[in-house]
Design a protein. Structure first.
Length: 233
């Protein structure tokens, strides 16, 4: 039974992702975001328990990617589709620009490529090359949350602008597969000396969440990328 515990946790991630797909497709983006966050929680701990119980397996690796494809691949694509559908230019010209929301699924395609590449890329055993799909998903899901819970004149103007959303879609898809080395939040031990960068990132993230709440999520992803680039230099 011990070897199946991480896989059961991974399947919990997949269950959360499928629920989020249904909710996002129905336009309940804020509730879908909660299920995705729960799925990402399970996604973090399946690997943790696999290492703790010494039961890492090839099927666990493949199952993890398949679950991530739903939670962190399909869901953000649907969310961007919904945001683009409600954007100003698509609403103003519904017949002419009806195809534009489907461009949001570039995120799903880029996520699929990123996950497939991760499984065969031997460079990504201790870190990441390109933005991990859960981090990218949090970035995309933060957009409807900002509109719902922390709307400002600027954020509403930007996040209802069709062309801004398309730029975010293309940038997101690029970051998923960019040749950018990023650190992983995996702890082999908990000493401060070996994990100073990770502790600094976690502390700054908590501070940003406390000060800015949902608005902090895009800044945390940006901080993650910047700290990774600085550490490599």
């Amino acid at each position: 039974m011990k070897k199946h515990i991480p896989n059961i946790i991974t399947l919990c991630n997949l269950f959360c992702g499928t629920v989020a797909v249904v909710l996002a497709a129905r336009g309940h983006l804020e509730v879908a975001a909660l299920w995705v966050v729960l799925g990402i929680f399970f996604d973090f701990f399946d690997g943790f328990f696999a290492r703790l119980l010494h039961v890492k397996s090839e099927i666990g690796l493949q199952l993890d990617s398949l679950a991530d494809m739903v939670t962190s691949g399909v869901v953000p694509g649907i969310v961007m589709f919904q945001l683009l559908t409600d954007s100003c230019w698509v609403k103003a010209y519904p017949d002419t620009l009806a195809f534009l929301p489907y461009i949001g699924f570039l995120i799903t395609l880029a996520s699929a490529y990123r996950l497939a590449n991760f499984n065969i890329d031997t460079r990504q055993t201790t870190g990441f090359i390109g933005l991990p799909t859960p981090a990218n998903t949090l970035l995309i899901l933060s957009l409807p949350l900002i509109l719902q819970y922390q709307p400002t004149a600027i954020s509403v103007m930007l996040l209802h602008n069709t062309w801004v959303l398309l730029v975010i879609t293309i940038l997101s898809s690029y970051l998923l597969n960019a040749e950018i080395a990023l650190f992983a939040l995996k702890f082999k031990d908990y000493s401060f000396k070996k994990n100073a960068l990770k502790y600094a990132f976690l502390a700054l993230s908590v501070l940003l969440l406390f000060l800015l709440k949902v608005m902090a999520l895009p800044l945390i992803i940006l901080l993650y990328i910047l700290l990774s680039l600085i550490s490599k230099r």
